[in-house]
Design a protein around this ligand. Sequence first.
Ligand code: NAP
Length: 257
Amino acid sequence: MNIYVLGAGSMGAALIAGLCNLENVSRENIYVLSGHTESTAKIAHKYQINPVGQLAEFSGADLVINATPVDVTRTILPKLASIITAETVVVSVAYGVDVPELKQLLGRVTGLIYMIPNIPVSVNQGVLAVDSTVDQASEDTPVMELLRGLGQIVRVEADLLDVVSAGGGSAPAFAAIFVEALADSMVLHGLGRKVAYQVAEQMLRGTASLLLDRQILPAQLKDLVASPGGSTIRGVNALEQHGFRAAVMEAITKTIA
Ligand SMILES: NC(=O)c1ccc[n+]([C@@H]2O[C@H](COP(=O)([O-])OP(=O)(O)OC[C@H]3O[C@@H](n4cnc5c(N)ncnc54)[C@H](OP(=O)(O)O)[C@@H]3O)[C@@H](O)[C@H]2O)c1
């Protein structure tokens, strides 16, 4: 499958990194076009994939992944539609350019997927929120199989994509702030910076693995750690007093708004 990536900023590069990690994808079959020749060359060199000079070269694409900003998406997709075949599948990650608008922009192209991925797709541990109303997304197609290699696919109705985008797409920034604050607090109490980050990061990975692999609820995990009258429940109490939960919920609400 020839995969052409349009736009290689934060998200385009993350998707390319994840694709390059897949055993069933050869770098020879990945092509990239960014806004500037230099950035196209840089990303192509970094991942040892093919740089594309102009949009016309997308005629050979089986799959196009559009990761350009929204305004660019709106101008470039109609041009792309006149270049690719009607069988080419287009996956667009431009947030806010929904399926009805994509249909308008792409005209005769029928295989389209509107997807909101998050940055951990670069290590094949992403959340890929896909609009469940699109036929291509519900079928067991080669493209969906490919996307599954980048992380977990979550099918949601179109009007809930912004919720998943906040909780899955923006929340890595919130989680990173939590890790940083955790490490800072260990440094405050005398631990070296390097070890403090190691502890905080591995804690997050281990906690996520427990929740995902053992299928236990977050509250059950908290109860396992917090023994009666112990130190952890004192920490939980401090978090509640400082509005930790409310702050997280407000952050997501503000992100969606
Ligand atoms: N970042 C995220 O976590 C995230 C999550 C979900 C969805 N998205 C969506 O992904 C899209 C890109 O976001 P981003 O964060 O990756 O933005 P970004 O870092 O600003 O990257 C934008 C990319 O688009 C390229 N570009 C601009 N004009 C172009 C053109 N005419 N032809 C080809 N490429 C062009 C830019 O190239 P130059 O650098 O050469 O100008 C750059 O590589 C957005 O629509 C966003 O909604 C992002």
